[in-house]
Design a protein around this ligand. Structure first.
Ligand code: ZN
Ligand code: ZN
Length: 251
């Protein structure tokens, strides 16, 4: 399968005994030698190894001042935590957001999800890698799992595809085996924040021993943080020391 400007589907990852995916070096060689980086938005040559040119990158919708914990937009940037996180702190400790969920980032994410534009996953994963380089260290990445029924219907998990590239760049292991989504929560988009929390409560289960691990959850879009909260809760119930959330866009 070859799609988009310069991307091939990831080869079947090697899974070690802990159920972690490790990335092959030859894949890196192939993707950059055979398919030189090309801007996904304007089709000019990409900057460095990115499928994005410097001009288009400068115009992407950067997040403004936001809550340190959940990335909820705030009126001013004083390193504050929003009112909701003060009243009811989420199970995750901090959130790294690349962009606001606005044009053209919304289109990149929708095209990845609904039209299998895996080139967009490569770009978003690379941008997460670059942004996370100055971020507090973590031990491994965990993409938000889809319910098996939805994954079967879509054919892939967009968060896993993004996480593969971030993990590759950061040389961190990726664990997509030990967290499962137990319920299919289809109608999340129409729900209020409170209803979203109720909808995803207990929706995830983490298996095995996560004691002392510093985990980064990877997701494409964060809206209220309810999904990340539920997954972080499952990880902390298994002993995870710290859970960060890295998202491509904050609605
Ligand atoms: Zn461009
Ligand atoms: Zn907050």
């Amino acid at each position: 399968m070859i799609e988009g400007p310069g991307i091939i589907a990831f080869p079947t990852p090697i899974v070690n005994r802990q159920g972690r995916h490790m990335v092959n070096n030859w894949w890196n060689f192939i993707q950059f030698r055979l398919f030189p980086p090309t801007c996904i938005l304007c089709h000019r040559p990409g900057a460095g190894e990115l499928d994005l040119c410097a001009g288009c990158r400068a115009e992407l919708p950067r997040p403004g001042p936001a809550c340190r914990r959940c990335a909820e937009p705030l009126a001013s940037d004083a390193g504050w935590v929003c009112g909701r996180c003060q009243r009811r702190p989420p199970a995750f400790d901090r959130t790294l957001t690349l962009f606001r969920y606005a044009s053209p980032v919304d289109r990149l994410i929708l095209d990845l999800k609904h039209h299998r534009r895996l080139a967009n996953a490569r770009l978003l994963g690379q941008l997460l890698h670059l942004a996370a380089t100055d971020w507090p260290a973590c031990d491994l990445l965990v993409p938000v799992p889809l319910h098996p029924r939805r994954q079967w219907r879509r054919g892939f998990n967009q968060s896993l595809e993004i996480a593969r590239f971030a993990a590759h760049g950061l040389k961190l292991p990726l664990d997509s085996r030990r967290c499962r989504r137990l319920r299919c929560t289809d109608t999340q988009a129409e729900l209020s924040a409170r209803a979203r929390r109720a909808n995803v409560r207990g929706a995830f289960r983490a298996e095995g021993d996560w004691r002392g691990r510093r985990v980064a959850i990877i997701d494409d879009v964060m809206t209220t943080g309810a999904t990340a909260d539920a997954l972080a809760r499952a990880l902390k119930a298994r002993g995870a020391l710290e859970v960060q959330v890295w998202v491509c866009a904050r609605a």
